[in-house]
Design a protein around this ligand. Structure first.
Ligand code: DX5
Ligand code: ZN
Length: 215
């Protein structure tokens, strides 16, 4: 299993130290939640903070845009050196073009689905995607309980992905811990995002390793 710890749950007063811990861990990515107070009610951190993080983090950056018109930020996310740019299906009127522009900027293109958005909405674009991010909570806040129906969505997405010949990774975000992580691994997830479970743990390395060992 690949693991993408979510910086949203980090201690922002010790951000440099938190990133050093991630750098030294077995994490595969660092998940960065960008919010605009419009697409979601909350606000997290903006590009001045992200630039500092990007300069210090040695893991590939997995950027999750929870903003309206995410296409306006493709150049900024590229300039961070991000590996993956995730945009919400619900925020993109012209999703095909946005995905092409993310690719032209040299990044992996991920499309994110809110809990109530069906997997079938990606039928006609799945072959163009590098990753699908399934939200297992409503976006905007860390520490929420996992929505069980997500397991069914992951199974459906895996069937869609495999039948279309797409190589898109299946990533899941929200309420991930050792218990829900094990269920997600069984359902077919490839990447787990975890905020509170990783940063709230006294043993961050151990928490990451526990999730990483799930098959
Ligand atoms: C929620 C964010 C998540 C969040 C997950 O909008 O997309 O990445 O940090 O937090 P946990 O793992 O605490 O549910
Ligand atoms: Zn996220």
């Amino acid at each position: 299993m690949k693991i993408s710890p979510s910086l949203l749950a980090a201690d922002f007063l010790s951000l440099g130290k938190e990133i050093e811990k991630i750098n030294a861990s077995e994490a595969d990515f660092l998940h960065l939640d960008v919010m605009d107070g419009v697409f979601v009610p909350n606000i997290s951190f903006g590009f001045p903070v992200l630039q500092g993080v990007a300069g210090k983090c040695t893991k590939p950056l997995d950027v999750h845009m929870m903003t309206v018109e995410p296409e306006k930020w493709i150049g900024h996310v590229r300039d961070l050196g991000a590996a993956i740019m995730n945009v919400h299906q619900e925020a993109c009127l012209h999703l095909y073009s946005t995905v092409q522009h993310i690719h032209e900027a040299g990044m992996m293109a991920g499309v994110t689905l809110n809990p109530a958005t069906p997997v079938d909405t990606l039928t006609d674009i799945i072959s163009d995607l590098d990753l699908v991010l399934i939200m297992s909570v409503e976006p905007g806040f860390g520490g929420q309980p996992f929505i069980r129906h997500t397991l069914e969505k992951v199974r459906k997405l895996k069937a869609l992905r495999d039948s279309s010949g797409s190589g898109a990774l299946i990533e899941v975000d929200g309420g991930v811990n050792a218990e829900t992580g094990a269920l997600l691994a069984e359902a077919g997830a490839d990447v787990l995002v975890a905020g509170s479970y990783v940063f709230g743990s006294k043993d961050m390395d151990g928490a990451i390793r526990t999730l990483k060992n799930l098959t």
